[in-house]
Design a protein around this ligand. Structure first.
Ligand code: FES
Length: 145
């Protein structure tokens, strides 16, 4: 039921770890399943994401989507990173089973939370970025797919 790409990113997740003195960190959780995701961003003076790491206490789909999402935002500007939505990540993974779609939101929300932290620290505005929620289970899942 999982695609090869999902299995690959689950078994060999990229960018696991943490970044000391990160430019921005974001932690989000899903109260329904209890899973938690933390993302660390290292952003240079040109607002380019130089490095990104994640840590999770989450299910396999959360691991795979975070792994793919971190690969997709690396080397992008903070504005470009806003285009890495959970849908884009799922497409890159050739899809997720419908019951696992909410797991992909954890990665997107954690990246947004880390970008928000970076923006707050540096007094900048990132277009389209909204204040992160700490619990994504408030999300209207039906709307997402
Ligand atoms: Fe909670 Fe997947 S079941 S993130």
């Amino acid at each position: 039921m999982y695609t090869e790409k999902v299995m690959d990113h689950f078994q060999n997740p990229r960018n696991v770890g943490e970044i000391e003195n990160a430019s921005g960190t974001g932690t989000v959780g899903n109260a329904k399943c209890g899973d938690i995701m933390r993302i660390y961003l290292d952003i240079d003076e040109n607002q380019v994401i130089r490095d990104v790491k994640f840590k999770t206490f989450g299910c396999g789909a959360a691991v795979a989507t975070s792994s793919m999402a971190t690969e997709m935002v690396k080397g992008k500007t903070v504005q470009e990173a806003m285009e890495v939505t959970n849908k884009a990540v799922m497409e890159a993974l050739d899809g997720l089973p419908p019951v696992k779609v909410h797991c992909s939101l954890l990665a997107e929300e954690a990246i947004h939370a880390a970008l928000w932290d970076y923006a707050q620290k540096n007094g900048i505005t990132i277009e389209g970025l909204e204040k992160p929620k700490s619990d994504i289970s408030d999300h209207d899942e039906e709307e997402e797919y």
